[in-house]
Ligand binder design. Structure first.
Ligand code: ADP
Length: 260
């Protein structure tokens, strides 16, 4: 027993602990900086685009071309929609991150919820001629313990993405699998898929592949980070696998509830 050595060790441990706390704080600060700069970048793009379209219309240069004028108005309108998604999703993210959202855990039938979500999105899917199919023992109830509203949000986000990034006349399949004390829900599309190098990034805030940006598909790039937040707040997992040109599967787990 050497009291001096003990004291030294204590000081060293303390210093290590502090260094690691400082590191965490620095990371958080860096993260906030990046987040803010991302936000302003994401807002600027649609805002300046809208401004550009409107100014061109105001200049009256395309008065003789009503089709082009209409096209510019449509583009301006889509960019304003995008600002709307951004504001809505940012609000969600900040609520989820500051923990202002507390989960309301209840026991409910996940199969009934999936059917509801399919019904809600069916007309949107029809516009792209995409079929939404519920596979599995869909006639039987399957009980889980989770926040029903939040899980609905997860399902709607995933199914909505499968429509947005799916191909014309494609199909989205929603399936459930029983694991030991969990349920796995999967949403599979036969769309254009995600490049392997981008797979780890799709849950990042504001991440959108070049394809979805260039194809002018509406979205904030925040949907999947909201999904991840919600699933992880339930202490469950979300994952993705994809093959380019074949399709994508997003899966998340839920806590199983007793049947009675
Ligand atoms: P967004 O608002 O852009 O849809 P998300 O966070 O929901 O944002 O998705 C991030 C990006 O991941 C999308 O922009 C798209 O590039 C890609 N992605 C998401 N779901 C799919 C899918 N089912 N198929 C192909 N790419 C997808």
């Amino acid at each position: 027993d050497d009291p001096i050595a003990d004291a030294e060790r204590e000081v060293r441990d303390w210093a290590k602990q502090k260094a690691s706390e400082i590191h965490t704080l620095q990371e958080q600060a860096q993260f906030r900086k990046e987040f803010l700069s991302n936000i302003s970048h994401e807002f600027k793009t649609p805002l300046f685009a809208t401004q550009g379209y409107i100014e061109t219309l105001q200049d009256g240069l395309i008065d003789e071309d009503p089709d082009l004028a209409k096209n510019f108005l449509d583009k301006a309108s889509r960019n304003i929609d995008r600002l709307g998604y951004l504001i809505h999703d940012l609000d969600e993210i900040s609520k989820l991150e500051t923990g202002t959202v507390s989960l309301i855990i209840e026991r409910f039938d996940i199969h009934a919820l999936i059917k509801e979500c399919i019904e809600d999105l069916e007309s949107k899917a029809e516009k792209s001629n995409i079929k939404l199919v519920f596979k599995g023992k869909s006639t039987q109830p399957l009980f889980v313990k989770a926040d029903r509203k939040r899980i609905q949000q997860v399902l709607v986000n995933l199914i909505d993405n499968s429509i947005k990034y799916g191909k014309q006349s494609g199909k989205t399949t929603i399936s459930t699998f029983s694991l030991f004390d969990q349920i796995l829900v999967e949403v599979t599309d036969d769309g254009y898929g995600i490049e392997e190098k981008n797979l780890p990034r799709v849950f990042e805030r504001f991440f959108r592949t070049d394809k979805s940006r260039s194809r002018d598909i509406g979205g904030s790039g925040l949907g999947l980070s909201i999904v991840k937040h919600i699933v992880e707040a339930h202490q469950q997992n979300v994952n993705v696998r994809s093959t380019e040109g074949i399709g994508t599967t997003f899966g998340f787990t839920l806590a199983r509830a007793s049947a009675h």
